[in-house]
Design a protein around this ligand. Structure first.
Ligand code: BG6
Length: 597
């Protein structure tokens, strides 16, 4: 990240320019007490750091208080020349300026800057998640939250806006109102343009004021449309990055529209940020059941041995919403359900589900395994997919608008609001096993689940009792991600009594019955991870690349051939084409049986 020049008027910032000879002679180049070494660095390290600037090598390897390496970029990259304030320092024409030095007190501060603070995501998810973290005492003592957006708001107006969406996690807890007040007092607002370095400089000044000379760590959350991602990242990098602590940037999808645009976005980001600073969020990875997937597989003997083509017949990843694109038609029409849900949320779950055992729980080990799965998959073709779009429908005296009735959607739009796809992983573990995905808006129910259908029992002794539909008698493991998190395993069981009658029963783990307390929202977990520098649940650039490589040929074919989506009524189970697609692969959708719906 490039280093900014401080322009704050009442700044505690000082800057020096030092020559190698000054250092060689051992002359002190500290002009005044206002220049203090970063507290975590001993002087010899600092000197070697300074020398390293001249020889362009990296040596800033101190650690932040949470044990993660301090981000070196703000001290490394090329910088504009900072003003000279040291009396006894020789000016140097041929060398670049040293970094701006801060007076750094030991306690770290955390500033979280929500860029796009007046948007829906910020209001509905990010501020409430931050409050929940504060409420549960997960935020450091010295934290400040800044909302940044173009709208002109005062701090008070921001507080009013976000207070409407804050909720107490557990109502019975005492002091929720007090806690809310305390939280709101730590929230501030700065209005600025997204492409104005000056506006970000002003933000930087406000942040410095709050940081009060402590070690500053800064987390930027980009809750903004993709066309301004790079502008914001540039402004942050040039004018508002932390000078001695870390700077991290959380980015929300869409990360491009296809392989090329995604690569271009990554390339642009990397002009200003290192990969370690970029936290690409996929909030499905923060959902409780998705996190639990690895626990289930790797810490229970009964699952992992069955986790392959030898025992698993097919895997289904199902996402449905019982509402349309209400209010988001403009965004959605540019992306469609495949880019909105499948290429990211469902594919991420698939990668976690299908990966080999990682060497450790370390982020890089896990992400290495996920990339291997993605790279072993067959890119999708038109014949592997069915697309649909919801149309208007009346039910019980109520009428529901179709997708193209939305005024922000073109009347002739072919954008799919539903898709079903059959994917294959061409590796030894999964050869020939269909992974079926289904995602749709305006369907009959809201649900996200993973269903694993096992093979038939060979030479089943009870075949005669089971009857001809042996598919119905196979075991099925269901991980219900939402709503009402649950894990259940469908088994064949003897109905109690004389004689021999079998039925399908379930071994159930309903979270609400088993665990007390509310399950944290995915954004809470992910924000906390980003604060702690834990990258396991964020998408690395090579994962993203591999994910786009799978879907790009299909998306191009759908768009070039102008494939018309099959219409389905609002509130229905989606296009029948999805059943034909499943049947082609000998699969029956597990969610259709209606059990536990
Ligand atoms: C978002 C999609 O990523 O996920 C939305 O852009 C979708 O279209 C949302 O509604 C679903 O998230 P959740 O957590 O409500 O299932």
């Amino acid at each position: 990240m490039a280093k900014q020049m401080s322009t704050c008027s009442s700044s505690i910032v000082a800057a020096v320019k030092v020559s190698p000879s000054t250092l060689k002679n051992g002359t002190s180049f500290l002009p005044s007490s206002s220049i203090i070494f970063p507290s975590k660095l001993c002087s010899s390290k600092w000197v070697s750091h300074i020398l390293s600037r001249f020889y362009k090598t990296k040596c800033f390897n101190s650690e932040s208080p949470n044990g993660h390496p301090l981000n070196p970029v703000s001290l490394q990259d090329d910088v504009p020349v900072a003003p000279i304030i040291a009396k006894n320092v020789e000016p140097l024409e041929d060398l670049q300026a040293l970094p701006v030095l801060h007076s750094v007190k030991k306690d770290p501060t955390l500033s979280i800057i929500v860029v796009g603070a007046s948007g829906d995501l910020a209001k509905k998810k990010i501020f409430p998640a931050l409050f929940a973290l504060f409420y549960e005492d997960f935020l450091t003592e010295n934290f400040t939250i800044f909302g940044y957006a173009r709208t002109k708001l005062s701090d008070e107006e921001l507080r009013n806006m976000i207070s409407a969406t804050l909720t107490c996690r557990v109502d019975q807890r005492e002091n929720c109102a007090d806690k809310m007040d305390q939280f709101l007092q730590r929230c501030f607002y700065h209005s600025g343009q997204y492409n104005s370095e000056d506006d970000f400089s002003k933000l930087d000044c406000k942040l410095k004021e709050k940081e009060a000379g402590r070690l500053p760590n800064r987390l930027f959350y980009l809750s903004i449309p993709p066309n301004i991602f790079v502008d914001v990242v540039r402004c942050v990098s040039h004018r508002a990055s932390s000078e001695s602590g870390w700077t991290r940037v959380i980015v929300e999808k869409p990360f491009g529209r296809d392989s090329d645009s995604s690569r271009e976005l990554t390339r642009s980001f990397k002009q200003y940020l290192t990969e370690e600073q970029i936290f690409r969020i996929d909030h499905y990875l923060g959902k409780e059941l998705v996190e639990n997937l690895s626990v289930l597989r790797f810490s229970n003997l009964v699952f992992e041995p069955l986790w392959s083509r030898n025992y698993i017949r097919n895997v289904q990843l199902i996402f449905s919403e019982d509402f349309g694109t209400e209010g988001r038609g403009g965004y959605f029409d540019n992306y469609g359900i495949i880019r909105d849900i499948m290429q990211n949320h469902l594919l991420q779950i698939l990668a976690l589900f299908a990966m080999e055992t990682p060497v450790s729980l370390d982020a890089e080990d896990i992400r290495n395994e996920k990339v291997k799965v993605l790279r072993s998959m067959r890119p999708l073709q038109l014949q592997d997919v069915v697309v649909g779009q919801y149309k208007g429908h009346s039910n019980g005296g109520k009428s529901y608008q179709g997708y193209t009735d939305d005024p922000t959607v073109p009347k002739n739009s072919l954008t799919p609001t539903f898709a079903a796809a059959a994917l294959f992983i061409d590796n030894a573990r999964w050869d020939g096993v269909p992974f079926l995905m289904k995602a749709g808006k305006a369907l009959h129910t809201k649900r996200a689940e993973i269903r694993v259908q096992f093979r038939h029992v060979p030479g089943n002794l009870y075949k005669r009792i089971i009857g001809s539909d042996s598919d119905k008698a196979t075991n099925e493991l269901v991980l219900r991600v939402q709503p009402d998190e649950a894990i259940f395993l469908k088994i064949n069981n003897k109905v109690p009594g004389l004689g021999m009658r079998l039925d399908r029963s379930d071994l159930n783990l309903f979270y609400s019955a088993r665990y007390r307390g509310e399950i944290p929202d995915a954004y809470e977990r992910l924000l906390l991870d980003a604060i702690e520098g834990e990258r396991r649940l964020f998408i690395r650039s090579d994962e993203l690349d591999a994910a786009w490589a799978l879907f790009t040929p299909l998306l191009k074919a759908l768009e070039e051939k102008k494939v018309a989506p099959e219409l389905y009524p609002y509130g229905s189970r989606g296009p029948v084409g999805a059943h034909y697609l499943a049947a082609k692969h000998n699969v029956r959708w597990g969610d259709i049986s209606g059990e536990y719906s």
